[in-house]
Design a binder for this molecule. Structure first.
Ligand code: RIB
Ligand code: CA
Length: 307
């Protein structure tokens, strides 16, 4: 990560097991100064994603970081059913404390607007781990603030591989394709981390056990989260660390191969919704198309066991 002083970031998230791992990685990384977390419905409903954000901060002793509840539903279509993948509590049933601080009263987009207008333009990055509804609303309702975002790094989409919802659709973009279309078409500096890359960064049970053996609290919690990821699926040798790849790209871009692609987002119905198409009339976006997965996993371990 090129910045010498901590980079001011906002984490927009729908925790979610893999979101939680990414959030704990960010909390363990002094390269980031987390201004706040904004929550969105996605893996599970907004009350639970917001509660889980608070639980993670309570666990890490970081109640100084505020949580702002965002969109309960997509821009213009019904929200997805909760994913069983993340368990009934949305975070794999791991032993996290209750939140020790309530979410802020201010809605997410209002806070994002205030923050972006109060800090120098370009000094805040948004790490987006869920459906892009909050960011799309910011762009639509408060464009003067949105244009002050330094960069959006978002987990979403799939380019050449098969989707995880439909043939060409990935959950975050599928859950709110209109929002994804707004964010991609906005022309804001955007780096997408699609399934083509996140499926390469995989955690095995041995990887989890090595984290647990470190005896470090955040590493041990990530080990529990990975183990729970195995419980909610069957017959899998390893689990993809989708959302942590956003933090890993922000921390160590040299581990990723980025391509500039001109993309459009389908807002069609059913399986096509959220599908990305390489389109000469689309908007240029940086897309991570390659990763040094072993080095990325080593970096994850190094950060989680250093705190
Ligand atoms: O497709 C993977 C994405 O969908 C991840 O962000 C995961 O948390 C779910 O939200
Ligand atoms: Ca997520």
């Amino acid at each position: 990560m090129p910045h010498s002083k901590p980079r001011l970031i906002v984490i927009d998230t729908d925790p979610g097991i893999d979101d939680a791992i990414g959030i704990l990685l960010a909390l363990a990384s002094p390269e980031f100064s987390i201004a706040g977390m904004t929550t969105v419905a996605g893996n599970i409903g907004i009350e639970t994603t917001t509660r889980n954000a608070g639980r993670l901060l309570a666990f890490a002793g970081r109640e100084d970081i505020p949580v702002f509840a965002g969109a309960a539903t997509p821009l213009s279509r019904p929200g997805p059913e909760p994913l069983n993948l993340h368990g009934k509590d949305g975070i794999g049933g791991v032993d996290l404390p209750d939140p020790t601080k309530q979410p802020e009263i201010q809605p997410a987009v209002a806070w994002l607007t205030e923050l972006l207008l109060s800090e120098p333009a370009g000094t805040i990055d948004v790490l987006a781990l869920g459906p892009l509804t909050n960011i799309a609303r910011l762009i639509l309702e408060k464009p003067d603030a949105a244009t002050r975002i330094g960069r959006i790094v978002a987990m979403g989409g799939v380019i050449h591989e098969t989707g995880n919802v439909g043939l060409r659709s990935e959950f975050n973009l599928w859950a709110d394709p209109e929002a994804a279309a707004v964010v991609v078409a906005s022309g804001l500096p955007l780096a997408l981390v699609p399934l083509d890359v996140t499926r390469r960064v995989r955690a095995t049970r041995d990887f989890a056990q090595a984290l647990a053996a470190s005896g470090r609290p955040l590493a041990a919690m990530v080990a529990d989260l990975i183990e729970s990821y195995f419980e909610t699926t069957t017959h899998r040798e390893s689990r993809p660390l989708h959302d942590p790849c956003v933090m890993l790209l922000a921390l160590a871009p040299e581990l990723f191969r980025l391509e500039d692609l001109r993309l459009s987002v389908s807002t069609g119905s059913a399986e096509e919704a959220g599908a990305l198409t390489i389109d000469e009339n689309g908007t240029q976006v940086q897309v991570a198309m390659g990763v040094d997965a072993p080095a990325a996993l080593d970096l994850l371990v190094a950060k989680l066991t250093a705190i």
